[in-house]
Design a protein around this ligand. Structure first.
Ligand code: AMP
Ligand code: GLY
Length: 424
């Protein structure tokens, strides 16, 4: 079967790397891809926002499955348009993508179905938002309702800060995404990511993972898309995973079906765990980045039949096998990220780095320029290794990081510290 993968980040390189190992794969195409993906897939120069062009490409190349990596094309309705053209898609419809595309939508769904989450209010104007705010405890969380590339969340320590965040949203700091504001109770505890494949009706949980969102060591500094990840997440005990399925994921799957907008794809629940109890912080309708990198390294089963089964409503009875080993990913980012950073700096030493056993350097923001690999994005590489436990995976990943010669980049040196401290 021929597959078209949409996206060009580290998550997509990990998916491409795993799909390329499938015995049932014919040709793998990727749009737009990156320099690392080009080693395992043919890059297609497609405008992903032109759905008719994507459908025509699929017909021309006899694509049997389209796998959509990022959320934006899903929220824009790419899955709907391809499915109308008879092409199976791994990824939810536009309507079901509201679970990520509108924070208010998800909060209302949680309220209606009794799914545990932070208390909240939804507002379309600054006056009502501010009057709600006055009765709330601090810190308080202000969120733009729509997609804001991870930048639409402010944790305000004072009412003045909260009011500024509300004002910025309604003044257009996040464009259309900020036309509505969600104000949320601040949750405390430890965060974890939970992933399940969902085919509209059935949900199949994946291995557990945890990421590090802050830019600097010790989980300090600004929020980012994720500076590293590891799997398994020792915090997520089997009992806790069962609770997340029963209290959060399965009620959501049922709700989406009942609303006539069944969810299909991968449901990514961002959780806060407090005193052993899970609460939903937010949903994403795609794999996490860099969580996908560690999950793909640990997945023993063939990914392609699982994604196709998800797309075609055939998950029932399917199982997935995982390597017992742990996996850990260290993100190397351009100096300055998540703020302004330079583009086009050269990365050397990648050939030596990629010969390690049980270690893969996934590319995120890279391009090839002749024999040189240049950094083009904020998050640029995801150095991922397996080991008997998190500590060993961590040591292997950093050993590879240290062979990469990239003066324009930086990484955290403590990815996995919580798990290592727990002795797992
Ligand atoms: P989100 O984009 O909704 O995932 O939010 C980004 C990050 O902000 C999360 O990963 C949390 O670290 C933090 N966050 C969001 N909502 C809350 C909340 N209600 N309480 C505490 N932290 C939150
Ligand atoms: N690692 C966080 C995300 O993918 O949103």
């Amino acid at each position: 079967m021929n597959v078209l993968l949409i996206g060009g980040g580290g998550r997509e390189h990990a998916l491409a790397w795993k799909l390329a190992q499938s015995p049932v794969l014919g040709r793998l195409y990727c749009a737009p891809g990156n320099a690392g993906i080009a080693d395992v897939a043919e890059l297609a120069g497609l405008d992903v926002s032109d759905h008719a062009a994507v459908a025509a490409f699929c017909t021309d190349k006899q694509i049997g499955l389209v796998v959509v990596g990022p959320e934006a094309p899903l929220v824009a309705g790419l899955a709907d348009d391809l499915e109308s053209a008879g092409i199976p898609v791994f990824g939810p419809s536009k309507a079901a993508s509201a679970l990520e595309g509108s924070k208010g939508y998800t909060k209302d769904l949680c309220a209606e179905y009794g799914i545990p989450t932070a208390a909240y209010g939804r507002f379309t104007g600054a006056a009502s938002a501010k009057s709600y705010l006055s009765g709330q405890a601090l810190p308080i969380v202000i969120k733009a309702d729509g997609l804001a590339a991870g930048k639409g969340v402010v944790i305000a320590e004072t009412h003045a800060e909260a009011e500024d965040a509300i004002k910025a949203c309604f003044q257009g700091a996040f464009g259309e995404a900020g036309a509505e504001v969600v104000i949320e109770e601040f949750l405390t505890g430890e965060e974890a990511s939970f992933f399940a494949l969902v085919d509209g009706e059935t949900a199949l949980p994946l291995a557990t993972a945890q990421d590090h969102k802050r830019a600097y060591d010790g989980d300090q500094g600004p929020n980012t898309g994720g500076m590293g990840a590891y799997s398994p997440a020792p915090l997520m005990t089997p009992d806790l995973c069962a609770r997340v399925m029963d209290e959060i994921v399965l009620p959501t799957v049922k709700a989406m079906k009942a609303r006539g907008t069944p969810f299909k794809g991968v449901l990514y629940a961002g959780l806060m765990i407090q005193d052993g109890a899970p609460k939903l912080i937010e949903y994403n309708v795609r794999f996490g980045d860099p969580e996908a990198q560690v999950l793909m390294m640990r997945l023993k089963s063939d990914l392609l039949p699982a994604l196709l089964g998800t797309a075609q409503g055939r998950l029932g009875g399917m199982t997935l096998a995982w390597h017992e080993d742990a996996a850990l990913c260290v993100v190397m980012a351009a100096e300055g990220y998540p703020g302004a950073y330079e583009k086009g700096t050269e990365i050397k030493g990648l050939d030596a780095a990629s010969v390690e056993d049980d270690a893969v350097v996934f590319h995120a923001g890279t391009v090839r320029d002749g024999n040189r690999i240049l950094a083009t994005g904020g998050r640029v590489l995801g150095v991922t290794a397996r080991g008997a436990d998190i500590a060993q995976a961590q040591a292997r990943a950093y050993a590879v990081v240290d062979t990469i010669d990239w003066p324009g980049g930086f990484c955290r040196r403590d990815i996995g510290w919580r798990a290592v401290n727990r002795g797992t």
